[in-house]
Ligand binder design. Structure first.
Ligand code: AMP
Length: 715
């Protein structure tokens, strides 16, 4: 019954769309904006992600079918086109000021005294967290986002509109109720705030950068600024940026009397406004807010470097005015720095699973922001030289993103005489083969396949939580198994047995001088964990193989498009690059990996030893006759009858040997047109390519029979 009702509803929707696509598009955009607002600004979604995606899909398909109705403010346009080499300069309507700093409570009190002096008494002030990101100015005209600019020098910034459009919590249109409060809804209004990268995303971005031999960002602020200045907005879109808005360029644009009311309005307009704000009437309340912020600093998911205190009333702000660089009516109370000095004892080199050599600072242990730091990555040789750190130096250490220890630089006055400049060794510290540096890369790499350090890292990666999750298989055990010759590649895990594991010599002796062995209890648990790892999802196994550039998300995209190792290995480089979210670099890396004989042999052994390398739904390619070989299909519209996604239908066609392409060309054999098929259908007709409906597709998939090519008259 419920299904029937749903079908009826869908039919109604389609009928409505057919009769008045423009109205339906507008209705969908409003609905999607409303749910984005609930999700991003309110943190209180009312519909499931699946339902949201389905609204988006309908909108995208309608817009595909009616390109004239596409609008840059549509939620489908979050990933815009390429921007030019340079970002165009943007003059700010009003200067983007910096803030004066109060470095301690004494300086904060001195500022509060100045406020009292100006008005003869304390006036209401708003306390906000000082977000450690990058300033951004968003201009809306007629309620629509028309421009986003960085602060630049305060007077002129850079136009980063295409990139900011991809940031999910930035409304592309202001909410209607809020428009009514603008002095002139049609006039441009410039709203300002901070764009930032959450700590976790920062850590993950740097991890990935290091694994791929790219330079890491020093802190989340640089990461946010760098992500904003990408030439390709699709890269920005993947970077997980967020915003907090807190200002308007010209307060006359708004019917609000002060900062406090402005924050409420920004919230109503659909922006993400930091919830940790307080209207304080007394100095004690300001102190308490600062103390609380400092206490909570570590627990927040984003970096803050202080508290901003602002006189709330716009009239009173105007009365206090500005200095040449900052408003007098606001102050940034900066947190005491979480920096310490210690001695750099050594710079060692770590070899990662992809062979990247990473210099690591070995430090005299020191407590920074609540935890002991004894090692810190120095990322790469360029970074060591840029910071000019040398063994023996007294260095300044801090925690980037409050989590990752970072060496900021040396205290030069304390440098021991004759301390030499550090260089990357010419040979791999693990296997002694020469290291290379590829053009355009900052990283040095060991490319030997026999490198034990890489093997160890690859083995650990396979067993790690996000991959095959072999619980208990830690570094010490794996290293002992490698040394004893029992583990050479990941397929060897599946030959280990309980007795052999329990006898594993751990390389240490007990008080009686007898070798310590792993023991039965641990061995039993490990064998069970190995067993359980055989049946993880295909995406996790794919991630576990440690293919260069293939992180967790990429593995998931690949597995969704090609749900078994057989299908994936049969895909061409072009096929792989056609998957949404997979670029040519990843496609090349996957293609190469699967065609390298050593890797293919490991995969074969994994399969032979019962490790699942496909998802349940996947039919291994070799079991199906390749009746569709040589044919190229293009899918358009939605497959309502079967409820299959286009990716699923594509995978099923590929399993029978067909090629599936994203665009129609003369080489296309068939276009499969589902409901609400878009421009691809029109193109197929104009090129005279046979068009199949969903029923025909289902027939092919059931029987495997290749359809006859019919010449459609070109018209
Ligand atoms: P600074 O760059 O240290 O001079 O600090 C000024 C910068 O702090 C401003 O340009 C803003 O980008 C940033 N900031 C972060 N959070 C806030 C906030 N809540 N209010 C005002 N400015 C903020």
């Amino acid at each position: 019954m419920a299904d029937e009702q749903q079908t009826l509803l869908d039919e109604c929707a389609l009928a409505r769309a057919a009769s008045d696509p423009e109205a339906r598009i507008e209705q969908l955009r409003r609905e999607i904006e409303h749910h984005s607002y609930l999700y991003y600004a309110k943190d209180a979604p009312e519909i499931s992600d699946g339902a949201f995606d389905s609204l988006m899909r309908e909108l995208r398909e309608l817009e595909d079918a009616h390109p004239d109705l596409v609008d840059p403010s549509s939620p489908t346009q979050r990933v815009g086109g390429y921007v030019g080499e340079q970002f165009a300069p943007v003059r700010h309507e009003r200067r983007m000021y910096s803030l004066d700093n109060a470095m301690d409570l004494g300086e904060l009190d001195a500022w509060l005294d100045r406020v009292k002096e100006a008005f003869g008494h304390m006036v209401p002030v708003v306390c906000e967290l000082k977000i450690d990101g990058s300033s951004i100015a968003l201009t809306y005209e007629d309620g629509r986002l028309v421009r986003a600019a960085t602060r630049g020098d305060g007077t002129t910034g850079e136009d980063v509109t295409a990139n900011m459009r991809t940031v999910r919590d930035v409304p592309l249109r202001l909410r209607e109720g809020a428009l009514a409060q603008l002095a002139d809804a049609a006039a441009p209004v410039e709203l300002r705030g901070e764009v930032y990268m959450p700590k976790v995303s920062f850590a993950m971005l740097n991890e990935a950068a290091e694994a791929n031999g790219r330079a890491a960002f020093a802190n989340p602020r640089n990461a946010a600024a760098g992500s904003l200045r990408q030439k390709d907005p699709a890269v920005t879109a993947r970077r997980d940026l967020s915003t907090f808005l807190y200002a308007v360029a010209d307060e006359r644009a708004l019917r609000a009397s002060g900062q406090w009311e402005l924050l409420q309005w920004l919230r109503e307009a659909g922006f993400h406004v930091n919830p940790d704000v307080e209207l304080c009437e007394t100095e004690e309340a300001v102190h308490a807010f600062c103390a609380r912020a400092l206490e909570r600093r570590e627990d927040l998911p984003y970096e803050i470097d202080g508290v901003v205190v602002k006189v709330s009333s716009f009239v009173q702000q105007e009365a206090m005015g500005y200095t040449a660089r900052a408003p007098r009516w606001a102050i940034a109370f900066k947190f005491p720095p979480e920096e310490k000095t210690t001695i750099l004892r050594d710079i060692t080199v770590q070899v990662g699973r992809t062979g990247v050599l990473t210099p690591v600072a070995e430090l005299d242990p020191v407590v920074v922001a609540g935890s002991t730091v004894a090692r810190a990555t120095l990322h790469n040789e360029d970074e060591v030289h840029r910071k000019d750190v040398r063994v023996g130096d007294t260095v300044i250490v801090r925690k980037a993103g409050d989590v990752i220890p970072e060496v900021l630089g040396p205290v030069l006055a304390l440098r021991p005489e004759g301390a030499p400049v550090w260089h990357m060794p010419e040979r791999c510290p693990s296997c002694d083969s020469p290291v290379i540096r590829e053009e355009g890369e900052v990283a040095y790499r060991c490319i030997s396949i026999d490198c034990p350090a890489q093997a160890l890292e690859r083995l650990l990666h396979w067993a790690s939580r996000g991959a095959l999750d072999i619980d208990g298989m830690g570094e010490e055990i794996v290293a002992r198994l490698v040394e004893s010759g029992r583990l050479a590649d990941v397929a060897d895990y599946y030959t280990l047995d309980e007795v052999e594991l329990s006898l594993l010599d751990m390389g240490r002796v007990n008080k009686d001088g007898e070798p310590i062995r792993l023991g039965q209890t641990v061995a039993k648990k490990l064998v069970a964990a190995i067993e359980a790892s055989r049946t993880r999802t295909f995406a996790r196994a794919l991630f576990g193989l440690g293919i260069r550039h293939v992180g967790k998300t990429t593995a998931e995209l690949l597995a969704a498009a090609y749900p078994s190792i057989g299908l994936l290995a049969a895909a061409s480089e072009e096929d792989l690059a056609a998957i949404e979210g997979i670029g040519p670099k990843i496609a090349h890396s996957v293609y190469l990996f699967l065609r390298t004989p050593d890797n293919a042999a490991v995969i074969e052994r994994l399969r032979a030893r019962g490790v699942r390398l496909e998802d349940d739904a996947a039919e291994p390619a070799e079991q199906l006759p390749q009746t569709l070989a040589g044919l190229t299909f293009v899918l358009t519209g939605s497959l309502v009858e079967s409820g299959m996604t286009r990716d699923e239908a594509g995978a099923a066609l590929k399993a029978r040997g067909a090629k599936v392409s994203g665009s129609v060309s003369k080489k296309t054999s068939f276009v499969v047109a589902g409901e609400a098929a878009g421009s691809k259908y029109d193109k197929a007709v104009s090129l005279g390519i046979s068009v199949l409906d969903e029923a025909a597709l289902l027939h092919i998939l059931e029987t495997g029979e290749a359809p006859a090519v019919q010449e459609t008259p070109v018209g």
